[in-house]
Write a protein that binds this ligand. Structure first.
Ligand SMILES: Nc1ncnc2c1ncn2[C@@H]1O[C@H](COP(=O)(O)OP(=O)(O)OP(=O)(O)O)[C@@H](O)[C@H]1O
Ligand SMILES: [Mg+2]
Length: 396
């Protein structure tokens, strides 16, 4: 475990580190840095092993700051986030700064750096005196923990279980607390129906995104269709044949692009493990598995989860939705958990209101009156957005 503090560093790099396994990340912005360059490092709950000082400050300011920290806390590794130009590297040499890291550092290099720092920190910690003297803190910083922007992939091995219903419900509910910060990507590339279910008439679809090139961020933003409940949809194409040649790399980049600009990206998928589902899962922080009360679906879901675990594609945070519960199926939630090997986190009752709303292009969860699906869906949205719980739902 490496404790990483980001000071005035671009959100994209913060998010990339936060998405890696096993590191605690705190990010403070420029305004939070006390003028003297100090803050209360004695805080036992978070003592950084590595500090990235970023380009949110002027080059000179960043350099000064990094120098102060490197001088005062030699046990903490300090790296500057900037273009590693020769001139800058010359200037930092001898200041105790570990190095200059490009904002576009590859994931592999990032992991290598964090591992090296982590190993050193471990060694330092084990022979450090118990009580590290607390440096003076003229002003306490307003430290805010920054979590990765979440990519939530909604998946299931079977069709018709309620993936799209869950996707749009989550979008509507998450947008209640994060208006304008939610994007739904319809990666059911052949028969996607998110737009239809929401009564939207998109001008653009994922096909346009792939055609325009997944790196053009201005353009990608314009492809989104707004929903009145304050979220956006990147709709699927009407033509099932259109996206046959899309590569995993394009999928990953597209998901990554939206996740670097929005708090939540929710990906609706088609049944089974299609390329677009697997590639989205590579970017995912959360997986939502939707199942129903029948043994075949549950067994298939278990296999799906096992395969994903083998492929190393199971996100840390998993949520299981048992949809269309009813008392007549003969299966109890306990049986479901036994067959599936995962706990059920949300049980959504079968309700004619869901199908009725879908046919009208309305969001069933939005209605507050005598609505049996709103509360359990709200609990699910609460669970998904609760980023303080990072590891859950382990395989049994
Ligand atoms: N809790 C529920 N109660 C009643 N009907 C439901 C419920 N959840 C979903 N449905 C209905 O079941 C049908 C299938 O749901 P949905 O389209 O969400 O499933 P899906 O898993 O996305 O299917 P596909 O694999 O075809 O994409 C829809 O008509 C939907 O309105
Ligand atoms: Mg669907």
């Amino acid at each position: 475990m490496t404790n990483v503090l980001f000071v005035a560093v671009d959100r994209d790099l913060v998010n990339r580190v936060a998405a890696l396994d096993g590191h605690r990340v705190v990010s403070i912005d420029r305004e939070s840095i006390p003028r003297s360059g100090r803050w209360n490092l004695s805080d036992k709950t978070f003592r950084p092993d590595l500090i990235f000082v970023g380009s949110g400050m002027t080059a000179q300011g960043a350099l000064e700051y990094a120098k102060v920290i490197a001088g005062e806390y030699p046990e903490i590794a300090v790296a500057l986030v900037a273009e590693p130009k020769d001139e800058l590297i010359r200037r930092v040499t001898g200041l105790g700064i570990r190095g200059v890291v490009s904002p576009r550092i590859s994931d592999a290099d990032l992991v290598g750096l964090l591992d090296r720092v982590g190993r050193n920190a471990q060694a330092v910690r084990s022979d450090a005196p118990k009580d590290i003297p607390a440096p003076v803190a003229p002003t306490a910083p307003r430290a805010t923990t920054t979590y990765p922007h979440q990519v939530i992939v909604v998946a299931s091995p079977k069709g018709g279980v309620g993936k799209t219903t869950t996707t749009v419900s989550l979008a509507g509910l998450l947008a209640e607390s994060a208006p304008g910060e939610v994007v739904v990507i319809d990666f059911d590339l052949q028969f996607g129906n998110v737009a239809t279910m929401l009564n939207l008439e998109p001008s653009y679809t994922v096909t346009d995104a792939f055609v325009s090139g997944v790196d053009d961020s201005m353009r990608l933003r314009t492809l989104l269709t707004p929903h009145p409940a304050n979220f956006y949809v990147l709709a699927s194409s009407d033509n099932p044949a259109e996206n046959g040649h899309v590569t995993g790399d394009q999928i990953r980049k597209l998901v990554h692009h939206y996740s670097s600009s929005f708090r939540y990206v929710i990906v609706d998928t088609s049944a089974g493990l299609m390329e677009e589902t697997l590639s989205s899962l590579e970017e995912a922080t959360d997986a939502v598995f939707v199942v129903t009360l029948d043994v075949a679906t549950l067994r298939a879901a278990r296999r799906e989860v096992e395969v994903l675990a083998q492929l190393n594609l199971l996100p840390q945070r998993r949520h299981v939705v048992l949809n269309r519960t009813d008392r007549k199926s003969g299966l109890a939630e306990r049986d479901v958990e036994r067959i599936l090997g995962l706990p059920v986190n949300a049980a959504i009752p079968a309700s004619s209101r869901v199908a009725l709303s879908a046919n009208r292009g309305e969001l069933a969860v939005k209605s507050r009156r005598r609505n049996p699906v709103r509360n359990p869906m709200k609990d699910l949205a609460g669970r998904v957005s609760d980023v303080t719980k990072h590891r859950e739902g382990g395989l049994r």
